[in-house]
Design a protein around this ligand. Structure first.
Ligand SMILES: NC(=O)c1ccc[n+]([C@@H]2O[C@H](COP(=O)([O-])OP(=O)(O)OC[C@H]3O[C@@H](n4cnc5c(N)ncnc54)[C@H](O)[C@@H]3O)[C@@H](O)[C@H]2O)c1
Ligand SMILES: [Fe+2]
Length: 385
């Protein structure tokens, strides 16, 4: 058997009200001046106030950058790294969804390693990044426990990855489900299916291992049991808690296994058209699952069971196909847009999208070998829905 490695070194604080601990966590890291990296919406919200109240109570000085955009750019990270250096910041807080957390992580890496963000695509970091505290407000990317930052290189129209299994891990993740209570239904839905995608792709990837399997399967159970409720009744704290834990477990799973073809397409259209990451994943997840079933029907059968599908008297293939139907129905229930509704993605672009997705290194670990022709079929199947 091939050897596998598993990394996790982030302190995780979970539970309602956890955000009040932010200031103490900064002090525990020896921080004196913090930079909060967040987006404009969050900076004007109560969530931001909860963070700054905690920093004030701990007597921690802070500055704020509040211009994170969805799918952050390499140049944005260069800018915030320069700002952190100029201000003498010693801890960075990523407050928000994956975009804010990834920009925080990439900037923290640039502060200590120098260079431009584009220099660090899949390059091991010589130096530890500046300590980072991640406070997720979507559930989600799991970026609070992953050691990668996915950043758009606008020049190359490509999503690059800053990654280091040791030196890019957040020091602390503060996962407070109360911060999710304001997440609107559409964002709850698409970011939630992103988390489900992480779990399903991690569990079926060629490089999955027992440690990631355990995390991924429990993540699937938690997400399947709570996503619809979180979308339709956003104030349900238990559903938000389950979604947050599910997202976090799925993040720890995929970063030690891998994601696959769903993410390869979603990264392509994210870089080319700025499609929100979760929406891209949700559109292609069931079609990639269907394509992958022949490679590991027993794994998709297990996923079906974790989704709550009754296995009595059914073969693995039947269960696997029911898992696909479940995901299609789930996406309809939570009102994920269809590929056709993203009018900026035209059929004539499909071949180029398929080609670029096949070139994405994520394709290598996909459950089943996949090439541009298979991607094209998946795009067409999604378009026909
Ligand atoms: N590093 C990783 O491990 C990893 C994994 C998956 C995805 N990603 C990356 O993460 C990014 C996507 O992150 P995302 O899906 O979390 O979305 P996002 O960070 O882009 O945020 C989307 C929107 O949600 C809003 N929002 C966030 N929290 C809110 C709240 N509590 N209430 C109301 N509005 C809120 C934001 O203001 C923003 O407008 C992509 O760039 C993707 O490539 C990274
Ligand atoms: Fe993702």
């Amino acid at each position: 058997m091939e050897l596998r490695e598993f990394f996790h070194a982030t302190k995780v604080v979970t539970g309602a009200g956890a955000v009040a601990q932010t200031g103490d966590e900064v002090l525990a890291l020896g921080g004196k001046k913090v930079m909060i990296i967040t987006d404009a919406f969050l900076a004007s919200s109560d969530i931001y106030k909860k963070v700054t109240d905690s920093l004030d109570a701990a007597g921690v000085e802070y500055i704020t950058y509040s211009e994170v955009r969805p799918n952050p750019r390499t140049t944005d990270c260069d800018y915030t790294a320069d700002m952190a250096k100029a201000e003498g910041v010693d801890v960075i807080i990523g407050l928000g969804g994956g975009s804010s957390m990834d920009q925080a992580k990439a900037s923290a890496a640039l502060v200590t390693n120098g260079g431009k963000c584009v220099d660090w695509d899949y390059i091991e970091l010589p130096e530890y990044m500046l300590p980072v505290i991640c406070i997720p407000t979507t559930a989600g990317t799991g970026s609070e426990v992953t050691f990668c930052a996915v950043i758009t290189d606008e020049e190359k129209k490509y999503k690059m990855t800053v990654m280091d299994v040791i030196k890019l891990r957040p020091s602390v993740a503060i996962a407070d489900p109360e911060l999710l209570l304001t997440l609107p239904p559409a964002l709850t839905a698409s970011t939630g299916v992103d988390a489900l995608t992480h779990a399903i792709e991690a569990y079926t990837a060629k490089v999955s291992q027992p440690l990631t399997d355990a995390l991924a399967l429990h993540a699937i159970e938690l997400i399947a049991g709570s996503l619809v409720e979180a979308v339709t009744n956003g104030s349900n704290l238990q559903a938000r808690t389950d979604m947050q834990n599910g997202s976090l477990l799925a993040g720890a799973a995929f970063i030690n296994s891998d994601v696959g073809a769903v993410h390869a397409i979603s990264e392509t259209i994210g870089a080319w058209y700025d499609t929100p990451h979760g929406v891209g994943n949700s559109i292609f997840l069931p079609h990639v699952m269907k394509y992958n079933i022949p490679a590991c029907p027993e794994r998709y059968a297990k996923i079906a069971k974790c989704l709550g599908i009754d296995p009595t008297g059914k073969s693995d293939e039947q269960l696997a196909n029911e898992a696909v139907d479940y995901v299609i129905e789930l996406c309809e229930t939570v009102k994920i847009p269809k590929l056709k509704e993203l009018e900026y993605i035209k059929e004539e672009n499909f071949e180029a999208i398929a080609q670029r997705s096949a070139e994405n290194p994520l394709s290598l670990d996909n459950a089943r070998d996949i090439d541009a022709a298979a991607y094209l079929d998946i795009l067409k199947a999604a378009y026909a829905m």
